[in-house]
Design a protein around this ligand. Structure first.
Ligand SMILES: [Zn+2]
Length: 195
């Protein structure tokens, strides 16, 4: 895989329009970006294997477990809390929400996203610069992406700048402002039986 230099230049132009410093394309960055390209394009799809998106979804599931879970049944024909046999299914979970959305079919997450986020704005703020833009009342184009964790399909909005940063950023990068991995007595976020 090779890094798309044109796309990188466009990205840096975008940063400079916003008055932000460019991201240099050094050899370490290039190697990390190529590795991330392979992960993002891997057989699992979406962002399932990326350590940072896994930390985001871990945090979402942890937040959902801590609150009183309720259900938004708009997308499910036969979901019925009083009938446990109808509860074995996929659920969508939006960022910072404790509402589980029963799905009749895995692909429905896109309809859910269109309804919940007609005008998506970055939720995850992986970069301090993304927070800075928000604090100035500015928003980059964002999209809703999904990540499957067991039976939960985590939905979160991510701006172009944060999305691009997944190709090079790590938890230790000084630019990084997103969530960190968590441990909860050894239990990780993709154990569906814990929900
Ligand atoms: Zn962002």
């Amino acid at each position: 895989m090779t890094i798309d230099k044109t796309r990188w230049q466009e990205f840096n132009q975008l940063l400079s329009q916003k008055g932000l410093p460019a991201v240099l394309l050094d050899s370490a960055t290039t190697a990390a970006a190529e590795e991330m390209d392979e992960i993002l394009a891997g057989p699992e799809g979406y962002f399932d294997a990326h350590p940072i998106t896994r930390a985001i979804s871990d945090e979402m599931i942890k937040c959902c477990r801590q609150g009183d879970v309720d259900y938004d049944t708009r997308w499910s024909v036969d979901f019925d809390e009083s009938r446990p046999e109808t509860m074995a299914r996929y659920y969508a979970l939006a960022y910072a929400s404790t509402t589980l959305i029963p799905l009749d079919d895995l692909t429905q997450w896109e309809l859910v996203a269109d309804t919940l986020f007609p005008d998506p704005r970055c939720d995850v703020h992986l970069l301090h610069d993304c927070y800075r833009l928000r604090d100035r009342g500015e928003y980059l184009r964002a999209e809703t992406v999904s990540m499957k964790r067991g039976e939960i399909i985590c939905l979160f909005n991510i701006c172009d700048m944060c999305l691009e940063s997944l190709r090079w950023i790590t938890f230790k990068s000084p630019e990084y402002g997103g969530p960190h991995p968590w441990t909860d007595e050894g239990k990780r976020g993709d154990d569906p039986s814990a929900l």
